[in-house]
Design a protein around this ligand. Structure first.
Ligand code: HEC
Length: 253
């Protein structure tokens, strides 16, 4: 999980955003103090103390409780009833003609070399040479040599902006990027390397040769990706939370 594949379970994932500067920690305290500070804050809110006691038994809240609670919530966010899933289950009307065309083009042009299988991901690290985010003070090398994890495309129409650093605004922009077939990152070479050269960052071999899509092909692929949306999973935003902090989020109600 994460764009650099650094954790292997939901339980290990949960604590990372609390510790990450760009996500929840900010500058307030050091990375190794972040989790303890969060647990202490929860412990100071009586409503959380009683909710945790109801779930985990009495006694102080510990990081493991926080981990289990959020990991279980994440496990409930299953989105496997998209039009694409219904089509695969035999409902031939579930996809429009354009979406069916897009599904074939997706495979024909080679998107499925990496976005493969039921999650549309090989879960592997691959370099595409996405442009650096303009606000970063040093380049983000991802999981090494500017490789980032192939993201799942399920519900991708709901999760703009795109790529590991959000530099592409729309799915059309992503398609246009693939259609140039070129790294836009000066640190990632477009040249093929010598066999066995594993040191120079280069675009992935599977990234090459997708650059001959017509405008219509790209529109069809976008329409297909829109058929990967399952509207039914729980997108509710609570009216309030026990901390009293303002409730935010970009999910449409
Ligand atoms: C070489 C393997 C590979 C191929 C081939 C590939 N992708 Fe990707 N895709 C990735 C990786 C890796 C990323 C993340 C790149 C990054 O952020 O640096 C990505 C990102 C994306 C994203 C952004 C998802 C998000 O949540 O931000 C979309 C959409 C996408 N690809 C669609 C496609 C389509 C459509 C094709 C075919 C035209 C395609 N991909 C071909 C590996 C691949």
């Amino acid at each position: 999980m994460f764009w650099d594949n650094r954790v292997r379970s939901l339980e290990a994932q949960v604590l990372e955003p609390l510790k990450a500067l760009e996500e929840m920690r900010g500058m307030a305290y050091a990375e190794d103090a972040a989790v303890d500070r969060v647990v202490a804050r929860l412990q100071a809110i009586p409503e959380y103390v009683s909710l945790f006691a109801a779930a985990f038994g009495s006694g102080p809240i510990v990081a493991d409780h926080l981990v289990s609670a959020i990991a279980e919530f994440e496990r409930s966010l299953v989105a496997m009833n998209s039009p694409f899933d219904r089509f695969r289950a035999g409902d031939t009307e579930a996809l429009s003609e354009q979406q069916r065309r897009g599904m074939e083009t997706f495979d024909d042009v080679g998107c499925d070399r990496c976005h493969e299988g039921v999650m549309f991901s090989d879960f592997d690290l691959r370099a595409e040479g996405v442009a650096e985010h303009p606000l970063l003070t040093e380049p983000d090398t991802g999981g090494g040599r500017f490789r980032f994890r192939t993201p799942s495309l399920r519900n991708v129409a709901l999760t703009a902006p795109y790529m590991h650093n959000g530099v592409l605004e729309t799915l059309e922009d992503v398609l246009r990027f693939y259609n140039t077939g070129r790294s836009e990152n000066p640190n990632v070479s477009n040249e093929r390397g010598r066999r066995g050269d594993r040191t120079t960052p280069r675009v992935d071999g599977r990234f090459r040769g997708i650059d001959e899509m017509s405008e219509g092909d790209m529109q069809d692929i976008v329409a297909f990706m829109e058929a990967l949306t399952d509207e039914e999973f729980d997108r509710a935003i609570p009216a309030r939370v026990p901390s009293g902090l303002p409730v935010c989020g970009r999910i449409e109600r």
